[in-house]
Design a protein around this ligand. Sequence first.
Ligand code: ADP
Ligand code: MG
Ligand code: ZN
Length: 719
Amino acid sequence: MDIYNALKTYFGYDEFKDGQKKLVLGALDGKDVLGIMPTGGGKSLCYQLPAIILDGITLVISPLISLMKDQVDSLNEIGISGTFINSTLDDNDLNYRLQEIREGKYKIIYVAPERLNTYSFSSLIRDLKISMIAIDEAHCISQWGHDFRPSYTEIPRFIKSISNRPIVAAYTATATKLIVEEIKELLGLRTPVESIIGFDRPNLFYQVMKVSNKMSYVIDYLKSNFNDESGIIYCATRNTVESVTEKLNQQGFKAVAYHGGMDSSIRQQNQDDFIFNRIQIIVATNAFGMGIDKPDVRFVIHYNMPQNMEAYYQEAGRAGRDGEPSYCTLLYSPSDIVKQKLLIQNSTFSEQRENILYENLQYLVDYCNTNDCLRNKILEYFGEHSNVSNCSNCGNCLDNSEMVDITLESQKILSCIYRVQERFGVSIIIQVLRGSKNKRVLEFELDNVSTYGLMKEYSENTVREIIMTLISMGYIFVTADKFPVLKLSPKSAEVLKGNEKVYHKKHLLDIKPSPKKDSKTDANLEGLDEELFLKLKEMRYSISQDKKMAPFMIFHDSTLKEMATYFPQNKAAILTIKGVGLKKFETYGEAFLEVIKEHCTKNNVNPIEKIVEYALENHSTIDRYQQTYELYQKNMTLKEIAENRNFTVNTIIEHLSKCEKTGQTVDWSRFIDNPAKEEIILNAIKNVGFDKLKPIKEIVPDEITYEDIKIIIAKNGLN
Ligand code: ADP
Ligand code: MG
Ligand code: ZN
């Protein structure tokens, strides 16, 4: 099978994304590969596609066991046989699954790194042909990364333990050079084929907001921009998570919490509800998210500032995996910086490491304060340089408010800090400047200092905003204590002496609302029929609830949008839609065609032909079964046919029974080595039925395999 055929048949795409083809071809050529691609870049396909074509099995090592089931379900949805092995399986299930793997039922096996060097797994591996080991989130092997997983360090030993070294394929979204080098070295990649894709995520809009009331900002922002669309709100602490969740629910949002202090079953439930679109918002600590593959996250809000740019980019990057316009907002407040500094200060790291952490934090602080393009600032951090200074899709580039001179205000604030001998925090400074008669102010006789009341005409918020700006620009320094105190940095002297001016964008003094979503940043398809799109979404939702599956596993938004733009009326036409492969067509095609046709008739809409490079018409389903049947006619065994067709024996049995149902004859007894087996199996079926194979297998002698059972079921027309 050629790669384009596989791409359309299974995944429903007719083009590769940047960097995918090189890695796919590299693996098929037997080479090690290293894929460094941003979140949403399409790394999974880089190992899933070759896995179908390579003979033997592909092992996928992935850190998050809670997601393996979803990943495997998604694979099965597109007709690729996959399974997983991790600690969520009880002994019974595990043994059953190991047995199925031995029988060659699966092409792709997801496995948790903790499992690799266990006895049962190594003995299984000894009997299998492993053609490729794909290591997802490969940066977890690096101690320098923030996702370090000790169990990943077991991987090299595991690879060495396999007698016939398979292809080793590593994937990560981490760009840091140090970490990339470490991945190559620790995994022992042999001159890998590399794809390093630019880190830009053009569909993401970035903005930093300095607001005085975060909660009311979030509520307004969500209400005016997102109607029941999915989003994540990251908070620094469990308490904040709880309180933000509660407030959102009071406002009528469907929000749930996620943090390490919760009961794990509730946490899992919340995560599932989010992934299945049963709730809209998940409010979480940074414990949430690694490996979350939900493609339709439309916004990520950072309620607090994360530790560094790498963490920020990864978390924000969970928005818009599907390439649709999505929004990342960081809510900035100096107290977050103080908290992060405290964390570093109280850590047990070496001084050298602490310095790195401070530096990394400072980069993010600079990001929050820059007036330049936010996208460029991010890319710069990852060592990329853009040649356009205005990306037209970030808060700064779309902000055309002018720069204002805030030197005078700054001087007042700085001298106030000096006058109170650098002994007080933000609130007192503001009170003094605004001439407050607050008890504490009077107690300390601060109404006697010369700067008392100097900024009477400014609102509290404005003074606070300017102080924040001065902190972030490095003129004021905040101590990392429980009660943080403002101090002057050496730099401030120049402002006080009048040698240096301070500027900031005007919106600082007059907080600007965020741009609305439906500005020019929204890349909706031209001619999209919104009404049909909604109907298709409803259809998808109802199927998903019936099947207990996440809606995106059925079709992505982008697929439904294309349907609602081209109005396909038949199989050939719907197969040209991005994201509709053969298996998906077989499962869902008719249901969606039905909705589209009805809509078109009712509204008098004509379909539009979509021109594609690669049409599947020569590879129809009937053809698939026919190819199998032709090999059957050549007297091949099931195993031979399976190898030849690159399917599992199970699939071949299914193909042949389909052929039988359409009128061709299949002599099943050809595949039964011992006729006595049939009677035993039929007897067992009398007792336990044939809905599930496992109960049958349990009561027949060991030498009867799952395949035998399937063959007998097919032979007797029970399927
Ligand atoms: P990553 O692991 O790199 O973050 P995923 O493998 O989860 O990314 O893929 C991100 C999204 O891109 C998925 O929704 C996937 O279906 C989609 N995708 C992958 N390859 C293609 C392609 N060739 N064309 C269109 N969409 C693709
Ligand atoms: Mg991934
Ligand atoms: Zn920009």
